[in-house]
Write a protein that binds this ligand. Sequence first.
Ligand SMILES: Nc1ncnc2c1ncn2[C@@H]1O[C@H](COP(=O)(O)OP(=O)(O)OP(=O)(O)O)[C@@H](O)[C@H]1O
Length: 625
Amino acid sequence: MLRPKTTTCLFCSFKAARQQSQQWPAQQIASFTTRLAPRPNRFNLAKAGRVNTSESKQGEAGRPGRRKQDGPFGGMNLKEANIRGMPQRANMKRDKEGSRPGGKKMRDNPRAGGFKALKMQRALSPISYNSRTRIREQIRQVDTFDQFPLLGTVRSSIYTQALPGMEEYTPTPVQKIAIPALLGSENTGRRSKAKPLEPKTEFLLAAETGSGKTLAYLIPTIDAVKRAEESDEEIQEYNRTLEEERSRVKAAPSNAPSIADMPHPTTGRPRAIILVPTSELVAQVGALVKLFSHTVKIRSAMISSSISGQVIRKRLFSPGGIDILVSTPHLLSSIADSDPNILSRVTHLIVDEADSLLDRGFAPLTSAIIDRATPSLQQLILCSATIPRSMDNYLRTRFPDIRRIVTPNLHAIPRRVQLGVVDVDREPYRGNKNLACADTIWSIGKAAAEHDGPVKGQMDVKRILVFVNERETTQEVTEYLVSKGIDAIALSRDTPEQRQTEMLASFTLATPLTAPKEGSHPGSLSDNQPNYVAHGNTAPPVKRKLPNTKVLVTTDLGSRGIDTIAVRHVLLYDVPHSTIDFIHRLGRTGRMGRRGRGIVLVGKNDRRDVVAEVRDGMYKGQALI
Ligand SMILES: Nc1ncnc2c1ncn2[C@@H]1O[C@H](COP(=O)(O)OP(=O)(O)OP(=O)(O)O)[C@@H](O)[C@H]1O
């Protein structure tokens, strides 16, 4: 059965309306939201501050407020005696405050009141409103990297190595607060001298996706490593001997074994270790450290399971030494099992993507590495884009004194990322999610072809990420998209590691991709082939291919930390299981102040109420819960 060509999909009609005005029309968003959102009730309105507070004080849904304890019936139906003058135990008080509307937690995060469906599966730890305001004030005091007491070479390397070609060098909010804290120079307003921190300090560094967390921990770590090298007697002695040897050999060349073959004091014993969950992130973070190493003169190495054992050994035990090592926990812990010395000199341990690495799957390995490194550790830095409740509980027990460096917009998806919804159950898709996905991608390609690319005669190639919940789905969706003329590839744990980095390369490249404009654009999917095929029939071959999109279908594997700076479109094929996944997946677009677009495909079995609330929260700039 063929779909009538005149039918337009929900996404297309939404897009047409969008094109009329550059901004999302407020009415359009409201109509989408009302269609998907649960009907507002008095409780929601009160929380959103849209009804008068005296009314909301009455209690939920207009019921009279709670009775005060005074009066003859005041003490009835209470779980605790609440005898005046009796001090409450701290944890009792905290539990109580957190569990009731109007309690401290609710007051601290007043905007959380707008969520109803999300409250049922609350995944993120709340951040107090007061601390968000306090941090905003601190951020206002810093304008440039020059305000940080960094070594000259480290500071200049930020401009030449880490952020080359940039016109303005302004630290991002997380860098403004984290760098001085990690350097131990908190009075950020003026140039100040770094004073040593406590012998061992633990930090949690939490900021939005794509906000520059990597440099926020890397700059102070490189600075610390370099300073330590300058004051390390063993290294200074080694350098002196090497210098003498060089001048001696220059004066009288000989065949005697050179001291240069003698292992450096740091060989196989790095001073700083950065742990990341995947090989792709090892390559990404390792490349950044390498860039610094050229000018700061530090030795760095990256190891992951995508590298051969021989190369790993060579890198770790290079006679030249190793200052900063980037690795995955799996590989590092297996190396530490056979050679515990690898962790014996570590002063700085960074756990990047800490929400993943302290999750159930990784936590035992990560914790074991932290334990083994603890005797020499000066700074433990946990870095994350979200603070899940489970991680929050873990930190409260394991590191009760951890310093939390949290940006004011944590857990909020920036407003420059818009979320569109495609209803898969409606015409023309009739529940066919694959078709909805292909049609949406064709629409993006068609819209992009209407604008000229950066080069005349060339059109811009849109890089699109499609996220699915299960890895088995990646291949199935990819095959369908390819059958519809789309250049799609699948990335999941089943993909060989070497291929993974290769596949991600064109999605992480900041430079624009173009394709020659040969003739007219093929138009929409329905113009090129029947896009509805009755069950049991095979689809006819595609007539023309979509030339200006590149699609990567992936699971959560592609959602953590990968700096897909050029990606403008993220398609959520499945509704993510939690707000944590929403944040990470949508965080692959709209990075570092760029605009982005998320499109979620909502089918029969998907939580429409959750999608509606996330979308509403994003529109209002709220922190998700
Ligand atoms: N001060 C800065 N000014 C401009 N761009 C920056 C600055 N700091 C970092 N960047 C760039 O921002 C991009 C994102 O940085 P990074 O990958 O560190 O983000 P992130 O916060 O770790 O994101 P995620 O949570 O997704 O891992 C990178 O391309 C980086 O080069």
